[in-house]
Design a binder for this molecule. Structure first.
Ligand code: NAD
Length: 208
């Protein structure tokens, strides 16, 4: 089944629902109502019902709620998290190293299988079973069945990195650089910018 015309905002919330459901399941719960799931996540219950309605029947029963395992399975299917995804990381500096060291991506089916840098001081070094490779090896990604990538290079190297990744067959990029990278339509870029979130935080803090 293909899911068309689902708002990006709904897709953005699905992993949040999934995380809440996994938590409830770990607590031994088998079913959950949209109200309880909403309470656990700080989201409006009608928002949850509306999001779920895009996918047809999610199996909710009045008075019982949704079967948690079934819901997790369906969300995994929609997000295509039911297969292991091999990803590459480019730019093994402060941020790149922290991402490589983080063990928590595995539960989403992500395997950071390769890391690349331009610095001779870093190439050849080992980090968690991954040997850092020269960026010129990016062209081998297709053969290695790696079609996702994380960009953690400085701003001025971001576009050329994205170009090389696209040329190597990468279809999804998580961009941590502050540069707005441009890619062909078939490639999805998600940019993460903690600094921009930090920059709007003081607005909400009372003065004084
Ligand atoms: P860093 O200088 O510690 O690391 C950058 C790494 O990229 C270095 O190892 C460098 O050798 C490598 N590099 C440079 N040019 C390259 C190229 N052409 N190909 C491959 N590797 C190359 O920097 P950092 O502090 O880790 O930050 C990395 C990026 O992440 C920067 O763009 C920074 O602005 C951004 N950043 C974003 C956030 C966020 O919230 N999104 C937070 C921190 C940093």
């Amino acid at each position: 089944m293909r899911y068309h015309k689902i708002p990006d905002e709904t897709i953005r919330r699905l992993p949040i629902y999934r995380r809440g459901l996994l938590f409830l399941s770990e607590q031994g719960q088998q079913n959950v109502s949209s109200r309880n799931l909403a309470g656990c996540l700080g989201i409006n219950p009608s928002q949850i019902r509306k999001d779920f309605s895009y996918f047809g029947d999610f199996g909710g029963t009045p008075g019982v709620g949704y079967n948690i395992q079934k819901l997790i399975k369906q969300i995994n299917k929609i997000l295509k998290l039911n297969v292991v995804r091999r990803a590459a990381l480019v730019g093994v500096g402060n941020l790149g190293l922290a991402i490589l060291a983080y063990p928590g991506f595995g539960i989403y089916g992500f395997d950071i299988a390769a890391a690349f840098d331009i610095s001779p001081k870093k190439i050849g070094r080992k980090m968690k079973n991954i040997t850092i490779e020269d960026v010129s090896n990016l062209r081998t990604l297709k053969k290695r069945k790696i079609n996702l990538a994380i960009i953690t290079v400085p701003r001025d190297a971001a576009q050329q990195t994205a170009d090389a990744l696209v040329k190597a067959g990468v279809r999804g990029i998580l961009n941590f650089s502050p540069h707005h990278i441009t890619v062909p339509k078939k490639v999805k870029v998600i940019t993460i910018d903690i600094a921009m979130d930090l920059a709007r935080l003081p607005y909400y803090i009372p003065a004084g």
